[in-house]
Ligand binder design. Structure first.
Ligand code: ARG
Length: 620
């Protein structure tokens, strides 16, 4: 249903307001009972007032009330309402096509790249935590989702008038760095440029963590046998000598101890640990930056987990003082069930190391103090849902984020073409840089075929825009909570719901406008009121919907609402090209009017694509 929106008033907002007003002015319905809805697709109207509630209140039948309202209501002079008719229990409002065209084209031309923007966020801040990969790991397709969805949300909230702060919460602290450092100390620092060194680090880590697993298993086995001995288990008694030997081995300092020791040294500022850590951080940032540049992704801050290290001791103490956490007999700091069904978690391990939760708590405290945000949005894998539920509950229990909305925007997993999960171990892992290269190469082949005459530089630029655009769109066009599949044919299709199709429709607009300019046709003076062909009206209605789509995308944290709008607009445009000639229009006046429509549609499509973080080349 439609509310009269705060913020900027676009054509459809005005239409809703006018319809509301027309009903109220009949004096037949109290204001609070006027609720306007979108009619069913088979109803030839643009807005409907279902009279059920109002009729009940008035003690008449709904069709009767609808009839009386339709008779008495009238559209004010110059309004966007074309007709008001009663259909059964509904009062249906239709737009006046000519006046809508004039209003919408005027808005698009006046606002240009800002068309669809709003001021609802004025004076409010939103922090978006996105991308946030781990240091010393190659970015793979799993990271792409957070990066792309987060960047699109950034554009959307910026467009809605918020001050947006993008923060890349780099995973650069914690026990895994103990393992990385221990591995480097043991086997040497990998050589090679950033990507190669990271890939090598990835392998070292895997090798080291396999050894840690063995060590841990050994200790568990030793403990198990010790218990069985205590119970005078006959098998254990028979193996006494062997068990003693097992226990001696398990008691040796092992890889796990070594990694823990390095992780503590790192926390305490040991120079060698710090140096190796910094080297890994710099390497990762450099390699990731290349991906970000290609994706058009940028952050206002890259405050990794390590940034919060100085706050941790104080916060852990504060959690204890506030009675939210306690220190157990091993020295670990524990947060017990904060709410029914919310499992216990640690803020400090018994070896004194801190955890992901601890650093995320500090991060909330810092963001709140520093930015005073209305919302903090975390764009993170759905598998971390429990982590965020625990974190948000903890922050609130400690008295933080009382006025700040904390939102976890979840997304599902990416699968390969056959629908199998991607994993390094299964050998079908896809790294982000390779994915973008592959998309570029495939798009390049398409461009070579479609536009062989274009200069080489331009072909390269188009291939990059189309290839990267396809990857980005593939991530954004569906509900992010659903798992997605990497399907090249689909992603790069020029037909159907894909970025190349939308980019292509945009480029087609540009091509027509170029031809018109070559022929010296003035596209600016056309009379929009001439645009009343159903195919023209369909495009104009689509353009009119962009502002609403942007608001909805913000309300639902859902870039796919914008993607859907882009696709529907491209489809309406394609039907328009099929049914109406532009350059060969029936009259010169109609030609200029249609050129205005083409220019406005190109502008609106550019705005929509920009919100998704997708480029719109002028030629394809
Ligand atoms: N580094 C984490 C990972 O790769 C994601 C961090 C998300 N942000 C946060 N504030 N916890 O899984």
């Amino acid at each position: 249903s439609y509310d009269i929106e705060d913020g900027m008033e676009y054509a459809l907002d005005r239409f809703v307001r006018e319809a509301h007003h027309a009903i109220a002015a009949t004096g037949l319905v109290a204001g609070h009972l006027i609720e306007l809805v979108t009619p069913k697709p088979n109803i030839p109207a643009d807005l409907a007032f279902p009279t059920f509630r109002a009729a009940k209140e008035a003690g008449v039948t709904p069709p009767h009330l609808a009839q009386r309202i339709a008779e008495k209501a009238h559209a004010p002079h110059g309004s966007l309402i074309g007709s008001i008719v009663a259909t059964g229990p509904f009062v249906n409002f239709s737009l006046d096509a000519a006046r809508l065209a004039a209003a919408v084209l005027d808005e698009v031309e006046r606002l240009g790249a800002r068309y669809g923007s709003d001021d609802q966020g004025a004076g409010k801040t939103i922090v978006i935590d996105y991308s946030s990969p781990n240091v010393a790991k190659t970015m793979h397709v799993g990271h792409i989702r957070s990066t792309i969805i987060g960047q699109s949300l950034y554009h959307i909230f910026d467009f809605l008038g918020y001050r947006v702060i993008g923060d890349n919460h780099l995973g650069d602290w914690g026990k895994q760095f103990g393992m990385n450092i221990a591995a480097i100390v043991r086997w040497g620092k990998p050589e090679g440029d950033d990507e190669d060194a990271i890939a090598a680090l990835d392998k070292l880590y895997a090798r080291y963590s396999a050894l840690v697993k063995e060590d841990v298993a050994l200790r568990e086995e030793a403990a198990e046998w010790a218990k069985r001995l205590e119970r005078n288990d006959p098998e254990a008694l028979a193996k006494r000598a062997w068990i003693a030997e097992l226990q001696a081995r398990a008691a040796q300092p092992n890889h796990d101890d070594e990694a823990r020791a390095w992780s503590l040294k790192l926390e305490q500022g040991d120079p060698l640990a710090r140096e190796l850590w910094q080297w890994m951080v710099d390497l990762t940032l450099k390699a990731n930056q290349r991906n970000y540049d290609r994706l058009g992704v940028r952050f206002d801050y890259t405050l990794g987990e390590s940034f919060y290290a100085p706050m941790l001791d104080g916060l852990i103490q504060e959690a204890i003082d506030k009675g939210v956490a306690y220190r157990d007999e091993d020295g670990a700091v524990v947060v017990d069930e904060l709410a029914p069904g919310l499992p216990t978690f640690l803020l400090r391990r018994s070896d004194s190391g801190t955890l992901y939760h601890t650093r995320d708590l500090a991060c909330i405290v810092y963001r709140e103090r520093e930015f005073r945000p209305a919302k903090i949005i975390y764009v993170v894998d759905s598998r971390q849902e429990l982590h965020f539920r625990q974190l948000f509950a903890l922050a609130r229990a400690m008295g933080y984020a009382q006025e700040t909305e904390l939102i976890h925007v979840k997304f599902g997993t990416i699968f390969d073409q056959q629908g199998r999960p991607l994993s390094t171990r299964a050998g079908n892992m896809v790294y982000l840089a390779d994915l973008l290269d592959e998309a570029h190469a495939r798009a390049r082949a398409v461009v070579d075929q479609a536009s062989p005459e274009l200069p080489e530089v331009e072909k390269e630029a188009i291939a990059e825009a189309v290839g990267v655009g396809a990857v980005v769109y593939n991530d954004l066009y569906q509900d992010p909570r659903r798992d997605i599949r990497l399907d090249w044919e689909r992603m790069l299709a020029i037909e159907g719901n894909s970025a190349p199709y939308i980019q292509y429709m945009h480029a087609r607009c540009c091509s027509i406008l170029r031809k018109a300019a070559d022929e010296g046709v003035d596209a600016e003076q056309g009379d929009a009121a001439l645009l009343t062909h159903p195919a023209e009206t369909a495009v104009i209605k689509q353009l009119a919907k962009l502002p609403g789509a942007v608001r909805e995308a913000g309300e639902r944290y859902a870039p796919f609402v914008i993607a859907e709008w882009c696709y529907e607009t491209a489809r309406a445009l394609s039907a328009f090209y099929r049914d109406c000639s532009v350059l060969k229009a029936e009259t010169p006046a109609l030609r200029t009017a249609r050129l205005r429509l083409v220019a406005a549609t190109a502008q609106a499509l550019r705005n929509g694509l920009a919100l998704l973080g997708i480029k719109a080349p002028e030629r394809m």
